[in-house]
Design a protein around this ligand. Structure first.
Ligand SMILES: O=P(O)(O)OC[C@H]1O[C@](O)(COP(=O)(O)O)[C@@H](O)[C@@H]1O
Ligand SMILES: [Mg+2]
Ligand SMILES: [Mg+2]
Length: 339
C-alpha cells in the first residue's frame, strides 16, 4: 500500500513523550537514563492529577482541607491530593532522593538514598481557581544532588541556585492537559491524549514572541504597586495592550509563552518580596522563559541569579517577552534615576 494512503487511512498518532525522551537521551552519550526516568515519573503523576482535576466536582475533592500550609495559606483538598500523588510517583520511581514541596515545611526524604536528583515542586498552582473550574497547574524544578549519593539529602541540594537546575517545567490542567519542560536544550510541549493515556509531542522548540499583545497582573493591587509598575501599566494601556489575568500563574504564563506578553507579581508594601516562591515557582519558569528566548527579572536582578537562602523564600516576578521586559526595566531604571 502506498505511504500516502497508509497515512490518510491510519493517521500517525505522533511521538510519545516516552519515545521523545529516549531519542533525546541518545543525543547525550553519557546520559544514564535517571533523569529520563524522573521525567517519566513526573508525567505519570501528572496524568493521575489530570484525572482527579477533571472529576474533582464528582469525587468531592473540592473545598478546603481545614488546615494551613507552611505559607499560612488554607490548603485545598486538591493541593493535598496532588502533593500525595507527586510524592508517591517520585518515591516509587527511585531516581529522586528528596522533595521540597510548597505544601510541606521541610524536605521530604523519599527513601531512595541512591537517587541522584532532588525535586522542588508546586504540586497544585492556582489553588484559588480549583473549585471554579479554571485552569490550574503543577510546577517542578530538578537539581542533581550535591550531597553524597547513598546518604541523606541535605539543605544544600535545594539551595544551589536557579542556574544549577538540570530541568524545569510545568503541567497545565486546562482545556487539555499539557506538559512543557526544558533540560537546558530548548523548550518542548506535549499534549495528553486521555483515550490513549499518553503525552504526545505537540509543540517542539517553543519560542516566546519578542513582543506581545498582553499584560497580566492583579490590578486590584494597583495602589500598592511601586511607581515603576504603575508607569509600565500606564504605557501598556496607552499602547492598547490587552489585560489578561487568570489568577493561576501556570495558565497566565502558558498563554503569554505562545502569544507573547508579560506576567507580573510585583512587590507591595505588605509583601516586599511579592507572593511567589523562588525555588518552585520563579526559578523553573525563569529557566523555561530564558530557554524560550524571553526574560525573567525581579526588578533588581535576573530571577536565575537570585541567591537562594531558604526553602520557601519569595521573590517578585516579572517574566515574558524581551521587548515588554525591556520597557519594564526601563521604567525601573528611570524610577531609580529619579529617586
Ligand atoms: O490572588 P493573587 O494575589 O492575584 O495571586 C494569584 C497568584 O497566586 C498563585 O495562586 C500562587 O500559587 P499557589 O496557588 O500555588 O499558592 C498563583 O498561581 C497566582 O498567579
Ligand atoms: Mg503556585
Ligand atoms: Mg500551589
Amino acid at each position: 500500500m502506498n505511504p500516502a494512503t497508509e497515512n490518510t487511512l491510519a493517521q500517525p498518532v505522533g511521538i510519545t513523550l516516552e519515545r521523545y525522551i529516549m531519542r533525546k537521551q541518545a543525543e547525550f552519550p553519557y546520559a544514564t537514563g535517571e533523569l529520563s526516568q524522573l521525567l517519566r515519573d513526573i508525567a505519570l503523576a501528572g496524568k493521575i492529577v489530570s484525572r482527579e482535576v477533571n472529576r474533582a466536582g464528582l469525587s468531592r475533592i473540592t473545598g478546603a482541607m481545614g488546615e494551613q500550609n507552611v505559607q499560612g495559606e488554607a490548603q485545598q483538598k486538591l493541593d493535598v491530593e496532588a502533593n500525595i500523588r507527586f510524592i508517591r510517583a517520585l518515591t516509587n520511581g527511585g531516581e529522586c532522593c528528596a522533595i521540597l514541596s510548597e505544601e510541606n515545611e521541610d524536605i521530604i526524604e523519599t527513601g531512595n538514598p541512591n537517587g541522584k536528583y532532588v525535586v522542588a515542586m508546586d504540586p497544585l498552582d492556582g489553588s484559588s481557581n480549583i473549585d471554579v473550574n479554571v485552569s490550574i497547574g503543577t510546577i517542578f524544578s530538578i537539581y542533581r544532588r550535591v550531597s553524597r549519593v547513598g546518604g541523606p539529602s541535605r539543605k544544600e541540594d535545594f539551595l544551589q541556585g536557579g542556574r544549577a537546575q538540570v530541568a524545569a517545567g510545568y503541567i497545565l490542567y486546562g482545556s487539555s492537559t499539557m506538559l512543557v519542560y526544558t533540560t537546558g536544550h530548548g523548550v518542548t510541549g506535549f499534549t495528553y491524549e486521555t483515550s490513549l493515556g499518553e503525552f504526545f509531542l505537540s509543540h517542539p522548540d517553543i519560542k516566546i514572541p519578542q513582543q506581545g499583545p498582553v499584560f497580566s497582573c492583579n490590578e486590584g493591587h494597583w495602589f500598592d504597586y511601586p511607581e515603576y509598575v504603575r508607569e509600565f501599566l500606564t504605557q501598556c494601556k496607552q499602547q492598547r495592550l490587552s489585560a489578561r489575568y487568570v489568577g493561576s500563574l501556570v495558565a497566565d504564563y502558558h498563554r503569554n509563552l505562545f502569544t507573547g506578553g508579560i506576567y507580573m507579581y510585583p512587590p507591595t508594601p505588605k509583601a516586599a518580596l511579592g507572593k511567589l516562591r523562588l525555588l518552585y515557582e520563579c526559578y523553573p519558569l525563569a529557566m523555561l522563559i530564558e530557554q524560550a528566548g524571553g526574560l525573567a527579572h525581579t526588578g533588581a536582578e535576573p530571577v536565575l541569579d537570585v541567591a537562594p537562602t531558604s526553602f520557601h523564600q519569595r521573590a517578585p516576578l516579572f517574566v515574558g517577552s524581551t521587548q515588554l521586559m525591556t520597557t519594564l526595566l526601563d521604567c525601573v531604571s528611570s524610577e531609580a534615576l529619579a529617586s
